[in-house]
Design a protein around this ligand. Structure first.
Ligand SMILES: Nc1ncnc2c1ncn2[C@@H]1O[C@H](COP(=O)(O)OP(=O)(O)OP(=O)(O)O)[C@@H](O)[C@H]1O
Length: 284
């Protein structure tokens, strides 16, 4: 039996009209009964979810659970087929998404494929200020480049600023994507599988950087999508578990990442352990 979903994921009933939908005052992201349908299939089904300032969320679930689809909705990149989406005091359907998107940082594999292989690391980061992926004739202020250099240093890319994106290792690319996502000083940061494809050392190094970010009071609200419990950085506060497009459980991390919920989410009996804030799971 699924335990009751915590109050953090309950969204009060509201009229489903973008002009009447008023996101809660302290919410950074609020979804009310969101469904995304494609080709006659519901990829995401009636999800209600609220992220408040200062919260750090994990979205976890098996392949095809709908995690990336949900993140695309949260990033104002995908319009829901039904339901309401409030992002940063704005309501999708009643806002120009091109004005909203710079306020949301997004790192994803799809974005990585859009970055030109011959673009330098610095340009891959700084071009986020114009919402473009390749540098052309846009004008950049010196403080834009200073910020891009600071972010490169902060994310372990010092000395690589002039390297071509296409020559980077997978771990370095992931760090560029996160630095780029932070370029516009977003109020909401969405990271879709930031540790996918990394070796053990690369994963551990990234988890450690994300732990620091999670503990930074000035960092934006964070949402991190992953399949793996080992990638949950200590300091994350909440989790939303998905399977087949629906929410299995959502709420505070410790009460949500339970053996029962995770076994139901992944469809196999799991034994879960936590050591010094790090989670691991093996088949029971
Ligand atoms: N345009 C589309 N038309 C039909 N089905 C789609 C479309 N886009 C995605 N899907 C399907 O929707 C489901 C959810 O996809 P999504 O990428 O959101 O899952 P996910 O949880 O992120 O998976 P993964 O962990 O494998 O990345 C998958 O079964 C996928 O095949």
């Amino acid at each position: 039996m699924t335990p009751p979903v915590s109050e953090t994921s309950h969204v009060p009933d509201r009229p489903l009209d973008p002009d009447l939908f008023i996101p809660s005052g302290d919410s950074v992201l609020e979804l009310a009964a969101v469904t995304v349908s494609r080709g006659g299939k519901e990829l995401v089904r009636e999800i209600s979810w609220q992220v408040r300032e200062g919260e750090r969320w994990i979205i976890m679930g098996p392949n095809g659970a709908g995690k990336s689809t949900l993140l695309q909705v949260a990033a104002a990149r995908l319009h829901p087929s039904a339901g309401m989406v409030g992002i940063l005091d704005e309501v999708i359907g009643a806002v120009d998404v091109f004005e909203l998107r710079p306020r949301i940082g997004l790192s994803s594999a799809a974005l990585a494929t859009q970055l030109p292989e011959n673009e330098t690391v610095l340009n891959a980061i700084v071009t986020a200020s114009w919402g473009v992926t390749g540098r052309w004739n846009e004008g950049y202020e010196s403080f834009d480049e200073d910020r891009a250099r600071d972010l490169a240093a902060q994310w372990g890319l010092e000395g690589l600023e002039d390297r071509r994106f296409g020559t980077l290792s997978e771990g370095e690319r992931k760090r560029v994507l996160i630095a780029r996502a932070l370029m516009t000083d977003p109020e909401l940061l969405l990271l879709d599988e930031p540790a996918a494809g990394l070796d053990l050392a690369g994963r551990e190094s990234l988890v450690s950087s994300l732990t620091e970010l999670a503990q930074d009071e000035d960092a934006p609200a964070l949402v991190l999508v992953t399949h793996h419990l080992e990638e949950v950085p200590p300091g994350f506060t909440h989790a939303l578990l998905m399977r087949g497009g629906s929410v299995v459980a959502a709420g505070e991390l410790e009460t949500t990442l339970t053996e029962q919920n995770l076994s139901e989410t992944f469809g196999v009996p799991l034994k879960v352990s936590v050591t010094e804030g790090r989670y691991t799971a093996v088949a029971a």
